[in-house]
Design a binder for this molecule. Sequence first.
Ligand SMILES: C[S@@+](CC[C@H](N)C(=O)[O-])C[C@H]1O[C@@H](n2cnc3c(N)ncnc32)[C@H](O)[C@@H]1O
Length: 265
Amino acid sequence: MQENADRLARLARAWDESAAGYEAYFVPRFAPWVDLAVAGVTDADLPDGAILVPCCGTFPELDRLIDRFPDREIVGIDLSPGMVELARDRAAGRPHVEAIVGDAQALDARWTGRCAAVVSVFGLQQLPDPLAAVRAWLDALRPGGRLSVVFWPDVTETDGPFALVAAVIRANLPAYDDSRWESELAAAVTDHGAVLDRDELPTFPMTHAAAAEYFDAAAHSGPLRSLAIARGDAFMDRLRAEFLRRAPAGEWRHDPHARLITAHR
Ligand SMILES: C[S@@+](CC[C@H](N)C(=O)[O-])C[C@H]1O[C@@H](n2cnc3c(N)ncnc32)[C@H](O)[C@@H]1O
């Protein structure tokens, strides 16, 4: 219990510290996957009800949702007050839109069976129990409501900065595999009474000016921030040195894949 609370507190702090840098560096690079996730609900006729965006971060999903559903109640939920502050900036002047601080895995009971859609991008893989989160998100849907989730699986590429960071971390931390849930995800959706519409590994190109630029963005404003807080500067310096020693020189283009699942009630 305490371990889970500590993990959530560290994640919230990590994303607070990352928020502005994440918006500048990662949001533009992750945009094709955000488009895809949002299209998973905007390409459909939705029933009435709110659209929830768990793990909204700075809320890059918002503009695309508003284009299609200008009058809907749209609610972003994120653990990090720093992220929510930027999400609120993005939502400013939109009376139907709200961004709230909260745990995406423990949705408020007021949403149960009342939502038209749940869209979540790049948050699921960080949650303590991703399958429980997906079940909670399905429970929020009305009949006909849609779920669209994009997340980073444990393996995103065989070659590229994401793969190299993972290899360098594995070499410096005791082996720890918590990715078994990924193979149980499709069954978790159907066992929970929903229809799985898509289960894909969408790939898009991404470019970094140099290996160091990527590592520093990840460590200061992205997915490595939480590790940096937990392990400290000396550990991160060691990871960085090893990463740079094994990385190619110059601009680095790669083609990582995420995983998309869409489902409906
Ligand atoms: C990589 S960011 C993605 C943000 C945004 N959806 C995007 O695509 O840019 C992941 C977000 O998930 C949030 N997050 C992590 N665990 C969470 C939890 N248990 N509840 C709510 N948000 C959480 C983090 O605070 C962070 O803002």
